[in-house]
Each structure stands twice: as structure tokens, then as C-alpha cells.
Write a protein that binds this ligand. Structure first.
Ligand SMILES: *Cc1c(COP(=O)(O)O)cnc(C)c1O
Length: 403
């Protein structure tokens, strides 16, 4: 179900909805089912030959999940989608579906931490050779490709450090039909970035984040064209993977306001990122939408917007001062995940094995929610001024000691 002529906001409003099928109600209802009854045995036998997207048995989904599948495929411009109970389950399910023992996998060094862990443990244990690559690699990825390479796994921008990857260059350098290019597109969502249009074959969404958008459900989505779609879908169905109808309904509800929310996340995040970049307690802000960011050119070329998540590198600061800063904030929640309506902050410790990172000071990850950015800035500046004063005191102590 593709409607490439519609603009993105219009797509978000209409994708996957079929009011006429439900007595006119605007939203596809939550359809909960295990058993589905048939009028006679002939109808039951015929149903067994039917395709995905028809109501047969709860494990294969109901109208609620079918609506979300249609909507996500349409938004990413693809043949279809597969749903999973979490974003991590989508990553694991896609990689397991595409890789066999003896295969070689290339993974960005800036990959989401639990995905790195999955590659390093579960995949290696299953005889898959894993090589991590520098997220800035571009067309040089060709040098790492082997005859056994089957998947190139990208995440753009990367987790915690936010490097945008040159997907068109990577796709051009890995043009073999044996290689599938997978992109985790959680940060931008299809609203701001469509990797399938840039040469990728499969995209992954932790819908838990911006699609659901309200911090109240876990859900993952893989979107793909044939022939990859069938392989990924068969693996998920064969392993009994499904997403619950309530989660699908929450994702559909979130999707309708995704554009409006993301525009506001972007506007507020830009204001805050720019202001933080000027603060003496801050060394650098890691956000592709800033002109000073190393990824600015690629981001401008391939993305139509930036969302509310970015990194902050502080100047050299003690661990205790960073903890006191975080605890001093009144409007930033401390907790995992992001993409909801609320602002969050966490210290971050990227693991990198294939790229040099030399941080001058501690790293933070901020999610800018839908609060008024003036209030958020006031909160952050109060804390950062305190941090700056603590840094100066530490400097003076240090100077006295070493005089
Ligand atoms: C959170 C996240 C995931 C995992 O999603 P869950 O729904 O929490 O399992 C995957 N990729 C990225 C980039 C994420 O930020």
C-alpha cells in the first residue's frame, strides 16, 4: 500500500486507517484474539493457505497489528513491515533471519549498546563472524567486505555519539546482491529520514521511542522490500514473535501526531543545544543539526530534520560534580529510553572498539521533551553554573597543591 504522492504529515494521518471496516470509527479498534472461529471446516481449511495480513489465529496478528504494518510500510515507502515486542527484538530478529553460521557481519561501532552485546554473544556463539567499523567509514567499507559478508548493519546517527553515516556511499560500496544493508532509523524515524530511498534494504524502528511517543509501551518494527521482507517475516512467524494489539494501538495513536511532535522536539532541542554549546562547563554538543557538528553536511544532505536527542561533552569535571548536576535538575527525568513527551538526562559511556574516541570530559545524553524550552534552559543553566563553580574550585585546589 504505497501512496508516494502524499506529503509526510498527510501520510501519518491516513496510513493504515480503514474506518469503513469498523462501522465508521476513526481509529482501528484493539482487536484481541487467540482463537478465530470459521463457519465450516471448508472455510477453516481455506484460511490455512491465506497470506499474512488476514485474520487466522492470534499469533499471526489481528486487524490492529495489520493496520500498524500497513502504516509503517507506507511511511517508510516499502513492501511491508514485521512487528516485534521491542526494538531490541526487532534487531535480533532481523539479524537472525539474515545470517547463518559461517557468515560475516559488519556492524557500526556506534551501534546501540544492547545490539552490540547481541552481536558479540549470541551471534558469535552461532558461528557468525562480527567486525565493527568506524561510523565515519563511508565508501572505505568496501575494504572490510569479505566473500562471506552478508549484512552491513548501520545506525544513523549512532547511539550516544550521534555520527551520521554515509548510507549512499556504503550502499554503493556494498552493491553485491548477497549483502543486505540494515539501518536502525530510531532517532530520525521515517518522518525525517528514509534509508530505503538511499540504498538500504531493511530499516529498524524502536517504536518504543518516538512512534509510541508517550513512554508507555514497548514495540519494535522492521520495514523491508522483497525478497528480504519474506525472509524476515518467515523467521519472526516461525519463532512465534508477535506484538500485542494494545501496543499496536498505542503506536498507531502515536503515529498520528508524530510530525507535530517531532517538529517541536526539533525546535526546542536546537535552542537548547545552541545555548549549551556556549556554556563554559560544556566542551561540545553532539547534535548533527548544529553547524559545528562533524556530521552537519551528511545530515543536511540525507535528513529532513533532527529530533530531540543529543549528546553533551562536559569540560573535564569530577564524577561527583556530574552526579550532583544531574540530581540538581528539576525538569529532567533520570531513566532509560527516550522519545516520549518528557525531558530526560543520563550520563553515557560509549563502548568503541573500532574508532578512536578521546573525550576531554564526561558525556551526557539529553532528551528534550515537549516542555517549554525556556523552563528547560533555566533548569539546565542553574545546574551548569553550579558545575562551573565546582570546576573552578577544583582548579584552584589543584593549583595550590602544585604551586
Ligand atoms: C532504545 C533503542 C533500541 C531498543 O529499543 P527497545 O524497544 O528499548 O528494545 C534500539 N535502537 C536504538 C537506537 C534505541 O535507541
Amino acid at each position: 500500500m504505497r501512496a508516494p504522492t502524499l506529503k509526510r504529515d498527510t501520510q501519518l494521518v491516513h496510513a493504515g486507517r480503514r474506518p469503513a471496516d469498523f462501522g465508521g470509527v476513526v481509529n482501528t479498534p484493539v482487536v484481541r484474539a487467540s482463537t478465530v472461529l470459521y463457519p465450516d471446516i471448508g472455510a477453516y481449511e481455506r484460511s490455512r493457505a491465506s497470506k499474512f495480513g488476514t485474520l487466522r489465529y492470534g499469533r499471526y496478528g489481528t486487524q490492529t497489528s495489520f493496520a500498524l504494518v500497513d502504516a509503517m510500510a507506507e511511511c517508510e515507502g516499502a513492501d511491508g513491515a514485521v512487528l516485534y515486542p521491542s526494538g531490541l527484538a526487532a534487531i535480533a530478529g532481523v539479524l537472525k533471519a539474515l545470517l547463518s553460521p559461517g557468515d560475516h557481519l559488519l556492524v557500526t561501532d556506534a551501534v546501540y549498546g544492547p545490539a552490540r552485546n547481541f552481536c558479540d554473544t549470541e551471534l558469535r556463539r552461532n558461528g557468525i563472524d562480527v567486525t565493527f567499523f568506524n561510523p565515519g567509514i563511508g565508501s572505505s567499507i568496501g575494504d572490510l567486505v569479505r566473500p562471506q559478508t552478508r549484512v552491513v548493519y548501520c545506525e544513523s546517527p549512532g547511539s550516544l555519539t550521534f555520527e551520521v553515516q554515509d548510507i549512499p556511499a556504503i550502499a554503493a560500496a556494498c552493491r553485491s546482491p548477497d549483502i543486505t544493508i540494515v539501518v536502525d532509523n530510531t532517532w530520525a524515524t521515517p518522518f525525517f529520514h528514509r534509508p530505503l530511498d538511499l540504498g538500504a534494504h531493511v530499516t529498524i524502528q524502536a517504536a518504543t521511542k518516538y512512534i509510541v511517543g508517550h513512554s508507555d509501551a514497548m514495540l519494535g518494527v522492521a520495514v523491508a522490500n522483497e525478497p528480504h521482507l519474506q525472509r524476515i517475516r518467515d523467521w519472526a512467524a516461525g519463532h512465534g514473535i508477535l506484538a500485542g494489539p494494545d501496543e499496536c494501538w498505542l503506536a498507531l495513536r502515536g503515529l498520528r501526531s508524530l510530525g507535530a511532535r517531532l517538529r517541536q522536539h526539533q525546535e526546542s532541542a536546537k535552542i537548547i543545544a545552541l545555548s549549551l554549546a556556549d556554556h563554559p562547563a560544556v566542551e561540545k554538543v553532539l547534535y548533527p543539526a548544529l553547524e559545528t557538528d562533524i556530521s552537519q553536511a551528511l545530515w543536511k544532505r540525507d535528513f529532513s530534520g533532527a529530533t530531540g536527542l543529543f549528546g553533551v561533552e562536559l569540560v573535564s569535571t569530577s564524577h561527583d560534580a556530574v552526579r550532583a548536576f544531574i540530581d540538581s535538575l528539576g525538569l529532567f527525568g533520570i531513566g532509560s529510553s527516550w522519545g516520549g513527551f518528557e525531558s530526560l538526562i543520563l550520563p553515557s559511556k560509549p563502548v568503541r572498539t573500532a574508532s578512536d574516541i578521546n573525550w576531554k570530559g564526561p558525556l551526557l545524553r539529553l532528551h528534550i521533551g515537549l516542555e517549554d524550552p525556556d523552563d528547560l534552559l533555566e533548569d539546565l543553566h542553574r545546574g551548569l553554573d553550579m558545575l562551573n563553580a565546582a570546576n573552578r574550585r577544583d582548579e584552584r585546589k589543584h593549583n595550590v597543591k602544585h604551586r
